[in-house]
Ligand binder design. Structure first.
Ligand SMILES: [Zn+2]
Length: 424
């Protein structure tokens, strides 16, 4: 059923639930099936990538899939194999320049990899005005088809405009063999649909911010099976992996359609970003592993808010000095312009009974989300991620200070529920 929905989206035949006309995306072809790698030449035919494509991969992923993609493409034309000679490259400005130089003679780029390779290629393609396509190697994140890239520039992680892929090909044989933590990460990043939708809808109803149904309509059909059958993901079940892969692709299209990460990144992502910024020397974890854990905390906080019959806002607001006391002077002055805009927004608390009813209708019980992570063997507590208690407490309390996005963390702070909140 949802395969059909994806198909209709790509054909421009899916009505927009938020207004007139049909939804449209820049990507022309998405295929999620077994056995795609050796058919790369026929899959990219018609995508107008030009006569000489660069197949961009790294040392590890070349042996997983990159070499076979290049071999198949040679049947159709010239191929430049661009191998980042590292086992685990980073999506940073230095590596972007390497990809651009190594692929300078190519007419189009084809990434073979997951988040890092995809970000590098879509950003390099954007800078050089070239088309690109991607063969995904892990169902680990929702960025395969999104039109932006997460790149570290001069040591700072940034979200930058990039080229959307003309084609995205997710070979289930390859995806099922991905490292199990990457599969769990894809589940974790998909878990935040209920929390992100609740936060976004709440900011719409409380503050009049724009909101769209379309991204959630795209995810609705697959979500029950994804959450209920999470254990099958790590058992290599191709059908379960296909549901996850489709969810990640449709989530990426949702952000593309909205022109921003709103439907897939709210309070649970702010907490994770806070830890990335302030955590220091922590064990390596995947983004999606973090989001699984932070989503459980946020869904508990949202249910604590939904339990309130009426909201009584505190009158206290934070000053720049308060921010400096919590974040240090440097980060506080960087965050103050965005945060002060949020503080200035006054919410319509009188509408709470109606808001509460609407949010309750899209929420998920914490048990369903927690069980999905448990079945997949994914982390469910900050301690499993190696995050100290004090850091996590500070992240829950202060993550709302780093961006202007108004989430349940702000609402909970405004009504005095945040400081005493216990996520366990
Ligand atoms: Zn995410």
């Amino acid at each position: 059923m949802s395969a059909n929905l994806l198909d209709r989206l790509l054909r421009g035949a899916l009505p927009d639930p938020d207004g007139p006309g049909a939804l449209s995306v820049a990507t022309r072809r998405v295929v999620i099936e077994a056995g795609l790698i050796d058919a790369a030449d026929t899959l990219v035919a018609g995508l107008d990538l030009g006569a000489r494509v660069a197949v961009v991969t790294d040392r590890t992923l070349r042996s997983v899939a990159g070499a076979r993609v290049a071999q198949a493409l040679r049947r159709a034309g010239d191929v430049i194999e661009t191998i980042i000679d590292e086992a685990a490259p980073h999506a940073d400005d230095r590596t972007v320049e390497f990809v651009r130089q190594a692929s300078a003679a190519a007419s189009g780029l084809i990434a073979v990899g997951a988040g890092t390779l995809n970000d590098l290629c879509k950003y390099a393609a954007h800078l050089d005005g070239k088309p690109y396509a991607v063969f995904g190697t892990a169902p680990s994140m929702n960025g395969y088809v999104s039109p932006n890239a997460s790149i570290t520039v001069s040591g700072h992680k940034k979200t930058l405009a990039a080229t959307a892929p003309r084609g995205a090909f997710l070979d289930l044989d390859v995806l099922a063999q991905a490292p199990v933590r990457m599969i769990r990460a894809g589940l974790g990043d998909s878990l935040c649909r209920p929390t992100a939708q609740a936060d976004w809808l709440m900011s719409h109803l409380l503050l009049g911010r724009p909101y769209r149904e379309a991204p959630f309509m795209l995810l609705r059909e697959d979500e029950p099976a994804l959450f209920a059958q999470a254990g099958k993901l790590v058992a290599g079940d191709r059908a379960a992996i296909a549901v996850l892969a489709r969810t990640l692709v449709l989530s990426g299209f949702g952000t593309a359609i909205c022109g921003g990460s709103y439907p897939a990144s709210q309070a649970e992502h702010l907490i994770s970003h806070y830890v990335d910024m302030r955590g220091g020397d922590l064990p390596e974890t995947f983004h999606g592993e973090q989001i699984g854990v932070t989503t459980l905390a946020v869904v508990r906080l949202q249910h604590a808010l939904l339990a309130q019959d009426a909201l009584r806002p505190l009158s206290a607001t934070l000053s720049q000095d308060d921010l400096a006391a919590r974040l240090g002077p440097e980060l506080a002055s960087a965050c103050w312009p965005e945060f002060s805009r949020k503080e200035a927004a006054r919410a319509d608390y009188g509408a709470w009974p109606e808001i509460r009813r609407r949010i309750a209708a899209i929420a998920q019980p914490v048990e369903i989300l927690s069980r999905a992570l448990e079945q997949a063997g994914a982390p469910r507590s900050h301690r499993e991620l190696g995050w100290p208690d004090a850091l996590y407490r500070a992240a829950l309390r202060n993550a709302r200070l780093i961006r202007d996005r108004y989430t349940c963390l702000d609402l909970a702070a405004d009504v005095g529920l945040l400081d005493a909140f216990d996520p366990s």
